[in-house]
Design a protein around this ligand. Structure first.
Ligand code: NIG
Ligand code: FE
Length: 427
């Protein structure tokens, strides 16, 4: 099966199979008047339309980009998708001046979502997750990471991860699951946090590994949550399980989380609002990708991570939604790109690389996805705009016209295509 995307004003893409750092973070290749030919799940040709006509037979199918822009499908490398319940009451309280930390101390925050997620049945959690995946796809995301961490007990963590496994069977968005029972100390372990650390390392992580439910592991290393020393214990077995290590680091204060991520050979360190210069240098030396979450800064009306310092120090920067009900309730990568540029200070080029190639590198997938290049998987988003810069310049609207996942059209003219809908109800 071959598919030709034609009539694009531009194709805009990073290039390569590894995270781009420093000046390469802004290296977006823009081709004018190019076509993209997909064969099966892969990209076969990107280039001049006349050359395509000379070299290839007519395609089985065409997709009209209608003067728009082809970019790689977004990769969202940090989300908390399988959650139940909402916290708009907290949103009101924050607008009235209460802080996220004050609300959490008063019994709100993560534990409110834990209670709702523990209560939710599998079907309800699956339906909520599939609806979020639909929104992601309609906004141009073709691969997403998704964490557990609203269960905080063995069965509820397994429930979240089994829901992700089922969702990935039914939905075209590719899901990379991460085990995060160390997202918070659950209320019943507040008096014995080390006891909870033991429960995680001795029971919950092994149970997740035994079912093969995760490809990575994450820990919220933060004052009042898990200390660096507990984080080390929580992650000691990760290499044995074949899990990539991710950290929520230096979000509310500088606990040395970035340096710890470097020491542990982590694939990524997220948040980093309070990262120190020494932490930045450690990330750069170790090649850890910094996941910047400007949606959180916007949503909590907090400072932004020091993205200019990170880029100038040679740390590869990725962007993610952090989609969760408390600190960044959005599935929209275009919204994140806008905040990354207008709030945090990335250029449009740096933001595009951060949301595609570098995000793929966080998940260990940069050899297969993250750019529009011959040989890569055909994961493509077609924007209703003549330049990729409209993603940030024309903010607050959905410019996504078509989405192709592994060579198949899954969003057409802004709507989920039949292919996507039928995958959804297949099993
Ligand atoms: O990544 N930082 C910790 N966890 C989430 C927020 C979770 C919540 O508020 O429910 C985050 O921002
Ligand atoms: Fe998070």
């Amino acid at each position: 099966m071959s598919l030709l995307i034609e009539n694009a004003a531009t194709v805009a893409t990073p290039r390569g199979t590894a995270a781009a750092a420093g000046p390469r973070q802004a290296d977006v290749h823009v081709l004018r008047g190019a076509v993209v030919r997909c064969e099966g799940a892969s990209i076969r040709f990107v280039g001049d339309a006349a050359e395509h006509r000379r070299r290839f037979p007519a395609p089985d199918e065409t997709l009209d980009a209608a003067g728009g822009t082809v970019i790689p499908g977004f990769v969202d490398p940090h989300t908390h998708l399988p959650f139940a319940g909402y916290r708009e009451d907290e949103f009101d309280r924050r607008l009235a001046g209460e802080s996220y930390a004050e609300i959490a101390a008063a019994g709100g925050g993560i534990v409110a979502t834990v209670a709702a997620t523990r209560r939710a049945g599998v079907d309800e959690l699956l339906a909520l997750t599939l609806a979020r995946l639909d929104r992601q796809l309609l906004l141009g995301t073709t691969t997403t990471e998704a964490k557990s961490g609203y269960g905080l007990e063995r069965e509820a963590e397994l429930k979240q991860l089994r829901v992700l496994r089922e969702a990935s069977r039914r939905h075209p968005v590719e899901i990379v699951p991460t085990a995060m029972p160390a997202h918070e100390v659950p209320p019943e372990w507040r008096r014995d946090p080390d006891g909870y650390v033991r429960l995680v390392t001795e029971e919950i992580h092994p149970a997740i590994a035994a079912e093969g439910l995760a490809r990575g592991v994450d820990v919220f290393c933060e004052r009042g949550v898990f200390s660096p020393e507990q984080t080390r214990r929580l992650l000691a077995a990760a290499p044995g399980y074949g899990w990539r290590i991710h950290l929520h680091a230096d979000e509310l204060c500088d606990l040395g989380g970035a340096a710890l991520a470097a020491e542990l050979g982590a694939a990524s360190a997220s948040h980093l609002l309070h990262v120190s210069d020494a932490g930045i240098a450690a990330l750069a030396r170790a090649g850890v990708v910094a996941i910047v979450l400007p949606g959180v800064s916007f949503f909590l009306r907090d400072r932004f991570a020091p993205v200019r310092k990170l880029v100038e120090a040679g740390v590869p920067v990725a962007l993610a939604t952090d989609c969760n009900p408390g600190s960044s309730h959005t599935e929209s990568m275009p919204a994140i790109l806008a905040h990354a540029c207008l709030g945090a200070g990335l250029s449009a080029e740096e933001a595009l690389v951060a949301a595609t190639l570098n995000a793929a590198a966080v998940l260990g997938l940069a050899e297969r996805i993250g750019s529009v290049e011959t040989g890569k998987q055909a994961d493509l988003t077609v924007l209703d705009a003549p330049s990729f810069k409209h993603l940030v310049y024309h903010f607050g609207v959905n410019l996504v016209r078509h989405v192709v996942k592994a060579g198949e059209v899954v969003v057409r003219d802004g709507r989920l295509a039949a292919a996507a809908a039928s995958t959804r109800s297949a099993s």
